[in-house]
Design a protein around this ligand. Structure first.
Ligand code: ADP
Ligand code: MG
Length: 755
């Protein structure tokens, strides 16, 4: 499919100086203009390995050495077509032969141009054994001539860029193209004002690009990267600053009313609000009262009781004569919210019915798969204002749903949503008035990470959890130990015997197909984050595999359900399956049976990851746990232990005990809460994945910024961006910055318009 897609065109400038081969490579890599091309930082650099002396060599070693050519000879091979070229080289301690088998005679003279007796070369390769001469040799080593001066030696030892490659593009093609592009470095857009860079002691862009692509030292690499890091932080912070300015210029319905729904609702709440819920509620109410739209990110661990907070805010909107919308990432979750909320509100949600409370409003569910007639009726209620609270999925965002007077939008479980999708809702308000916005997430992020990725939101954190929530204990189970695995299923059986329910989660639907139902790609998950260190490597081409053993295919829902039917530990258990390929009705029916307690074991994909609330579920078994992301595992285990019974979560894996993967799972199992996990997640996956895998958005596309490492850069960029936007809110004097912002927003999400 993708191979058939047409490659993007190059800008005229690039076409003017690249060869056809280089141009094709740039198009394949998507580097279609000078700005994107030169901002493609090398993935890593290689230096010739620590230099060896020839007398210390032994067979099998990767070596590099500075040597002088002693003699060169070539001869035609007798047994097959081609030539052998041999060069004897010395470094004073010993000699060795460099051997090349060349089918093309032209290559002989090519090598002979550099391999001239007396010339100094840096050579690197793997030491082999010359069976005929019975001595060590370097077969097809790489080499490069250098000058016999201090500068020459420094140059020879320089870090060499290694660029991300695709298909059969050769590294040297990309290197050559980059070198040519550097000739035009002065034509680059320079989004960060120069005075600002000078003040911060950061190299200006042209110099930074030279250092990044053609460094002589590691310090050069750092200086080049430093610019890109700051530039990225600065562009993002400018976007956030502009959004805040835009918000301050936009009117919003001030949600000031305190009754009558809110007190009536609180009276019937079956529990007392926690201190945290009260505090957060007050913080939110204070912002909703403003007559400019507020954007709040409410973060609270799984099960901390965010729904009630959202509901109270929504009731405030209705009390103030407006409507509120609650958006969930899946239909299952939207339906569950609808159920929970209508239950919690009781007759307060039954406007238009005989048994309604006198102050009641109508709560409506609007999903993509509803029947036309029902949908039309709901839309009518939304447009007329009859429906005070509307609960739905993405459909609410993407379709032209007209609200009578939308005062508040709540987005639940934002980590599965495009962060920036919410900006689209800004157009939903009546007559240029923007609704307030509240985004809820159970994947808390540390402060600087929030600043870097969602800097236009006020972050409010819910720190406690309702006491009745019993909590979850997690364990890693290695299938290498059959006794552990057996104990795990036994334990599941015990929960069922005690009248409780068990969730079993698989990474895919079937073991044969490729359908994964929205699971992280294994590489992005617990597996090792690509080492980007600067350990000297001989040459990318000589690098073997990453040392990972081929993974066994993940278990599927269908097959797992079948297998569980024959497990003696679960004899007699009622087993059901749930995954994304079922129709909405089927899914709904399964969830209803689960909620009604008619299912003992639910085998599912991550469709149950987010927000599913079955208080009677007490055990969770995640098969092939290493295939899931950290926050996913946390979400998943948050599905159990929600009622009065303590939950137990098993992270089942076939990874070897003691392996890196297994160690990571242990860390996850041991992390106390979402906050501890967020830190872990950050360290292991980097900020790019902070806000989840499926979403687009600014945070998703961080390229150079590392929100742990670059705390200072983020803080500084924020200060600088605020100052720039303060003086020139529309950036009239910063055309390059405007261009960079547009580029950034387009990359983040092609469908999101600016601000
Ligand atoms: P989350 O923050 O993960 O969305 P929920 O809002 O679903 O959590 O709440 C988890 C459970 O805790 C729900 O069953 C909810 O009714 C209950 N709950 C919420 N607040 C309280 C409270 N103050 N006291 C007791 N139970 C509460
Ligand atoms: Mg929730």
């Amino acid at each position: 499919m993708s191979s058939k897609r047409k490659l993007p065109e190059l800008s005229p400038l690039l076409t003017s100086f690249l060869t056809d081969k280089e141009a094709k490579a740039m198009r394949t890599l998507g580097l279609t203009d000078l700005d994107t091309m030169l901002r493609q930082a090398p993935r890593r650099y290689v230096t010739p390995a620590p230099l060896e002396q020839l007398r210390d060599l032994h067979v099998g070693m990767h070596v590099s050495a500075e040597v002088r050519v002693v003699s060169v000879k070539d001869r035609r091979m007798r047994s097959r077509k081609g030539h052998i070229l041999e060069a004897r080289v010395t470094d004073e301690t010993d000699e060795i032969t460099l051997t090349f088998f060349l089918t093309n005679p032209g290559l002989v003279s090519w090598h002979r141009r550099t391999l001239v007796p007396g010339n100094l070369i840096l050579v690197w390769g793997t030491v082999g054994w010359d069976k005929v001469a019975e001595r060590p040799q370097l077969s097809h080593p790489q080499y490069e001539a250098f000058e016999d001066t201090e500068a020459g030696r420094i140059r020879a030892r320089r870090p060499r860029p290694v660029y991300p490659l695709k298909q059969n593009i050769a590294l040297n093609t990309v290197r050559a193209a980059m070198v040519k592009a550097l000739n035009h470095v002065e034509k680059l857009e320079q989004p960060v004002p120069r005075e600002l860079l000078d003040r911060r002691g950061i190299d200006r862009l042209p110099e930074a690009m030279r250092l990044l692509h053609q460094p002589l030292t590691w310090e050069d690499v750092d200086r080049g990267k430093r610019h890109l890091v700051f530039e990225e932080a600065f562009v993002l912070q400018t976007i956030f600053a502009q959004r805040r300015v835009a918000d301050a210029r936009t009117p919003a319905p001030a949600l000031r009313a305190d009754g009558p729904l809110q007190p009536a609702f609180e009276e019937r709440l079956p529990f007392a609000l926690t201190e945290g819920q009260q505090y957060v509620g007050a913080e939110i109410a204070e912002r909703l009262e403003r007559d400019h739209p507020t954007s709040v990110l409410l973060q609270g661990d799984v099960g901390s009781g965010k729904t009630v907070i959202a509901l109270r805010a929504m009731l405030r909107a209705v009390d103030s004569g407006h409507q509120a919308a609650l958006l969930a990432p899946t239909e299952v979750l939207a339906e569950q919210h609808h159920r929970t909320i209508t239950e919690l509100m009781g007759d307060l949600a039954r406007a238009g019915q005989l048994d309604a409370h006198p102050d009641a409003t109508a709560v409506r569910l609007l999903t993509g798969s509803q029947r036309t007639a029902q949908r039309r009726r709901t839309l009518l209620d939304v447009t007329s204002g009859e429906a005070g609270i509307v609960i739905g999925t993405h459909a609410l965002l993407t379709e032209g749903v007209d609200f009578a007077s939308l005062g508040l939008v709540v987005i639940d479980e934002q980590h599965r949503f495009g962060v920036d999708h919410r900006r689209r809702l800004r157009t939903k308000g009546p007559g240029g008035i923007s609704p307030h916005m509240m985004v809820m997430t159970a994947t808390p992020i540390p402060r600087t990470a929030a600043l870097a990725t969602v800097g236009d939101l006020d972050v409010i954190t819910l720190r406690d959890s309702p006491g009745m929530r019993a909590g979850v204990e997690s364990f890693v189970v290695h299938e290498d130990h059959p006794a552990w695995e057996q104990r795990m299923w036994q334990r599941a059986g015990e929960e069922i015997a005690a009248g409780r329910q068990v969730f079993v989660v698989c990474a895919r639907i079937d073991e044969t197909g490729t359908e994964s139902d929205g699971v992280d790609s294994p590489a992005a998950a617990v597996g090792a984050r690509a080492a980007q260190g600067r350990q000297p490597v001989l040459d990318p081409e000589t690098l073997g595999s990453t040392g990972q053993q081929p993974a066994l295919p993940a278990r599927g829902v269908t097959e797992t359900a079948e297998r569980l039917r024959t497990r003696t530990e679960l004899a007699g258990a009622r087993i059901a399956v749930l995954h994304g390929r079922l129709s909405t009705e089927e899914k709904q029916a399964v969830m209803e049976r689960v909620v009604a307690g008619e299912v003992d074991v639910l085998v599912a994909t991550t469709v149950i990851e987010v927000g599913v609330d079955v208080p009677n579920a007490s055990a969770m078994i995640v098969l092939d746990a290493e295939r899931f992301g950290v926050s996913q595992l946390h979400q998943l285990r948050g599905r159990v232990g929600r009622g009065g019974h303590p939950g137990i979560a098993f992270l089942d894996t076939r990874a070897a005990p003691g392996s890196e993967t297994s160690r990571r799972l242990e860390q996850i199992a041991g992390a106390a809460d979402g906050f501890a996990l967020a830190e872990l997640d950050l360290q292991h996956r980097g900020a790019g994945d902070l806000v989840g895998d499926e979403q687009s958005g600014l945070g998703r596309t961080l390229r150079y910024l590392d929100v742990l490492r670059d705390v200072d850069a983020i803080e500084r960029a924020r200060k600088d961006a605020l100052a720039v936007v303060d003086v020139d809110p529309d950036l009239l004097t910063h055309p390059d910055l405007v261009a960079a912002i547009e580029r950034r927003l387009r990359d983040a999400d092609p469908e999101v318009e600016r601000s």
